[in-house]
Design a binder for this molecule. Structure first.
Ligand code: PYR
Length: 354
């Protein structure tokens, strides 16, 4: 009799466990994502839509992500705080926007004279990049993942030509990240402005120059109508956007959905890198055909040399003043030294026709 009762009890327990896991397998997880970009923002906004669509499809509808653009949440540079507090589960933005809050977040977007995209992806995924980024974001209840690369960016749109280092003195330029620190070192006044306000700021001469991304995005912003000089880049060789995830949200997800989300973010990031390269090639062709008045320029050698020296000096200051910054910078420098030898003998040599 007891045996029968026990067997019946075991059956009840087993079916309870089975239906519980069936329920977990059926449950729909609805997440929200705040992006820095405005609605239907090309390329950057495509990355978030692409990621959400992939996550939903791969999870058979169990993971649904609602995207709010800046017109909805009204705070393009509030994404870090909104995801940290749990107001949003996820964000899409750029790590170097948070340098005023958490200085060491600065190093996870791109660095002047630093790694190009193939090298930096190597550092993130096969070097120490992801672990170091986790270390910086964990105290803020956040996880950060690569969110799409722009490749080498253009140096920006200028009202006046830059012929010498003196021309940088007092230059009001929209330029985020470490490049802003480097320009400040040479007497310029860098500032960060959200994408939606860039055109007006340059048009009204609140700023003398700005950098945004490259032809694939810049042409659609219309900067060529209000600034004649378009300089090549030195400052952002591999701008990596970021997906932010609130840590509690992440921990609430079952393991398979975590993996689906991780794969969707990684795939969307790589897709954006390719989409941006394609869009830039098309836009460059359109630009040279339809706007021949745009003057494409390179900064003179002495300007580049001064920027490089200021960059080296600032990197040393950062490393001297903060042990974590030193760890990150040492890791990036070691990785760059190692992988650049290969880039030089492979892509660089190939492109130079050797
Ligand atoms: C910028 O804010 O300039 C980027 O390239 C994302």
């Amino acid at each position: 009799k007891t045996e029968k009762a026990l067997a019946a009890f075991a059956c009840i327990c087993l079916s309870a466990v089975l239906s519980f896991s069936a329920l977990a397998a059926e449950k729909t997880y609805r997440l929200t994502l705040a992006e820095t970009w405005g609605p239907n923002f090309p390329i950057f906004g495509d990355a978030t839509k692409n990621m959400a669509a992939m996550a939903e499809k791969m999870s058979n509808g169990r993971l649904k992500i609602r995207i709010d653009s800046s017109n909805k949440h009204k705070s393009p540079f509030g994404v870090f705080d909104m995801v940290k507090s749990g107001q949003y589960d996820m964000g899409h933005s750029a790590s170097y926007y948070w340098k005023g809050k958490v200085p060491n977040t600065l190093f996870f977007t791109t660095m002047p004279f630093g790694m190009v995209a193939s090298e930096q992806y190597g550092w993130f995924y096969h070097g120490d990049g992801m672990a170091l980024m986790e270390e910086v974001y964990a105290p803020h209840n956040l996880l950060s993942f690569p969110g799409g690369n722009t490749g080498v960016q253009m140096g920006g749109w200028f009202q006046k030509e830059i012929n010498s280092v003196d021309d940088l003195e007092g230059l009001k330029m929209r330029i985020p990240g470490f490049a802003g620190e480097v320009l400040a070192e040479l007497g310029a006044s860098p500032t960060n402005i959200a994408p939606g306000e860039l055109y007006t700021a340059l048009e009204r001469r609140t700023i003398d120059a700005l950098e945004w991304v490259g032809p694939g995005l810049d042409l659609r912003m219309g900067f060529h109508k209000i600034a004649p000089y378009y300089y090549t880049g030195w400052h952002e060789p591999a701008t990596e956007l970021q997906f932010l995830v609130n840590k509690r949200t992440w921990e609430r997800l079952p393991e398979d959905l975590q993996e689906i989300l991780r794969v969707a973010m990684r795939t969307a990031a790589y897709d954006m890198y390719i989409q941006n390269a394609h869009a830039s090639a098309e836009a460059w062709e359109e630009m040279t055909a339809e706007y021949p008045d745009i003057q494409v320029k390179q900064f003179p050698d002495d300007v580049i040399n001064a920027l490089r020296s200021a960059n080296t000096k600032l990197l040393a200051n950062y490393a001297d003043n903060d042990a974590q910054a030193k760890k990150i910078l040492d890791s990036q420098q070691a990785y760059l030294n190692k992988i650049r030898r290969w880039t030089s003998i492979s892509e660089e040599a190939y492109l130079q026709g050797q």
